[in-house]
Design a protein. Structure first.
Length: 151
């Protein structure tokens, strides 16, 4: 009779790794919920309404590097005080198509007074408006990579 192969990991090690892995997932979910709560609080504490134009759509973009999950990315801009502010909004995969979002669509956006990168888009309030970003000298992007994607 052949010898029984000894497992590389003991049962105790497998249990410990499983608990650590589940803990990491739980912490990630908790942090994500806290981030959303803070975003809502910032917007509730003080916001202004603007109209944002869709300048680029990236449906079915890969999440992260090399991962198989996907998301839709929406690039928008709005005008405030003679300056164009560019925003990036991540949506669940397939939402661009589901919501019928097209280039140059215009939506109402609530932007937090405290942080211009904290905002909520009301996809139910589509406007028939056009804001030409080329009419404005000052343009603010979230990052240099964002600027390169748009230009």
């Amino acid at each position: 009779m052949g010898k029984k192969k000894k497992s590389k990991y003991s049962f105790k090690q497998i249990v410990i790794y499983s608990v650590v892995f589940a803990g990491i997932i739980a912490i990630g979910i908790f942090v994500d919920k806290k981030k959303e709560e803070n975003k809502s609080k910032e917007i509730q504490n003080g916001n202004f309404k603007v109209y944002g134009m869709v300048e680029k759509l990236k449906p079915h973009s890969l999440k992260g590097k090399g991962l198989v999950s996907r998301k839709d990315v929406l690039y928008l801009y709005y005008e405030k005080n003679d300056t164009i502010f560019h925003l990036i909004e991540d949506l669940p995969d397939g939402q661009i198509e589901k919501l019928g979002i097209n280039l140059n669509d215009c939506f109402e956006i609530k932007v937090a007074e405290s942080d211009k990168n904290v905002f909520e888009i009301d996809f139910n309030k589509k406007m028939d408006t056009l804001i030409d970003k080329n009419d404005f000298e000052y343009q603010i992007y979230q990052t240099d990579i964002h600027k390169n994607i748009i230009e």
